[in-house]
Design a binder for this molecule. Structure first.
Ligand SMILES: C[S@@+](CC[C@H](N)C(=O)[O-])C[C@H]1O[C@@H](n2cnc3c(N)ncnc32)[C@H](O)[C@@H]1O
Length: 274
């Protein structure tokens, strides 16, 4: 049986093949796998932790710190990954903002997938990330929540989807969103802001990459069942009602527009501590 919080987790989205590809690309660009000590920041239900484990060149003496503030997500991650005798995996329950205290070791790489946009004070966080890395250590992150992540040819779809979902919310459930509860992930930086952020902290940007991804119906469907997404696009609305409104709206608009996929751009950065 799934619990209420597992039901609104990121797992079903995270397991979609297109999403795996996006993150494989980041790990490739940042050459993650040859390091011995790696932090998976904002690890969620372990989708990226698994990808890191698959590419470890030598599991012996390797340590992974999987950090998240959601105990439910960490529990799912530990279940999904199971026992590994060859590599030490530490599940660390912490706000990423407390990284300095939560992970005592210095590490060779910090991977941060689809989560950096959540943090209000990114400058302080990136400072901590730098302190946690050995010299020349790698900080690799990606996000699809930055100014520019919605290509022009996706805007009509988004507008129609949101309008239809809000109409369903109103008509079928008698509810409206509460704009005063707008969350931080909706306040978006530009790609240049992100580059400036890491350079100002003392990193050398080795790769910055824009990846236009054709997201299939199930991507939008599953993301509509993720609590953080629902809270982002439907602030103040109960999760079950938000999910139903978004998924109904999606199904209608998808058919009406005869869509196969809708694009989204992921921005990835790999930076070395200098
Ligand atoms: C979109 S999910 C990404 C999960 C994973 N990195 C992946 O790509 O599959 C974002 C994760 O960041 C976590 N998160 C958000 N804000 C956080 C914070 N301030 N401290 C720790 N974890 C946080 C959430 O609990 C969630 O598991």
């Amino acid at each position: 049986m799934v619990t209420a919080s597992e039901e609104y987790s990121f797992t079903s989205f995270s397991n979609l093949p297109f999403y795996t590809k996006v993150n494989e690309r980041l790990l490739d660009l940042a050459q993650v796998g040859k390091q011995r000590k790696i932090v998976d920041l904002g690890c969620g239900t372990g989708g990226i932790t698994k990808l890191i484990l698959e590419r470890l060149q030598s599991a012996k003496d390797t340590v992974i710190y999987a950090v998240d503030h959601s105990t439910t997500a960490l529990k799912v991650a530990a279940e999904e990954i199971g026992d590994r005798k060859d590599v030490a995996i530490n599940y660390v329950h912490s706000e990423v903002q407390n990284l300095a205290g939560a992970v005592k070791d210095k590490v060779d790489a910090i991977v941060y997938c689809n989560s950096i946009h959540y943090v209000p004070d990114k400058t302080a966080l990136v400072e901590q990330i730098k302190e946690k890395l050995v010299p020349s250590g790698i900080f690799a992150f990606n996000t699809s929540f930055y100014e520019g992540s919605h290509p022009d040819d996706s805007l009509v779809f988004f507008r129609k989807w949101m309008m239809r979902s809000l109409r369903i919310l109103k008509r079928e459930y008698g509810l409206s969103i509460d704009k005063s509860q707008k969350v931080e992930s909706r306040v978006q930086l530009t790609a240049d802001n992100y580059i400036e952020l890491v350079e100002n902290a003392g990193f050398k940007v080795v790769v910055n990459d824009f990846n236009r991804v054709e997201v299939p119906h199930e991507g939008w469907h599953h993301i509509s069942g993720f609590s953080d997404w629902i809270e982002g696009v439907m602030p103040g609305v109960p999760l079950d009602v938000g999910r139903q409104s978004l998924q109904k709206g999606l199904a209608q608009i998808w058919d009406e527009m005869n869509l196969k996929t809708v694009p989204r751009v992921w921005f990835s950065v790999s930076a070395a501590k200098v």
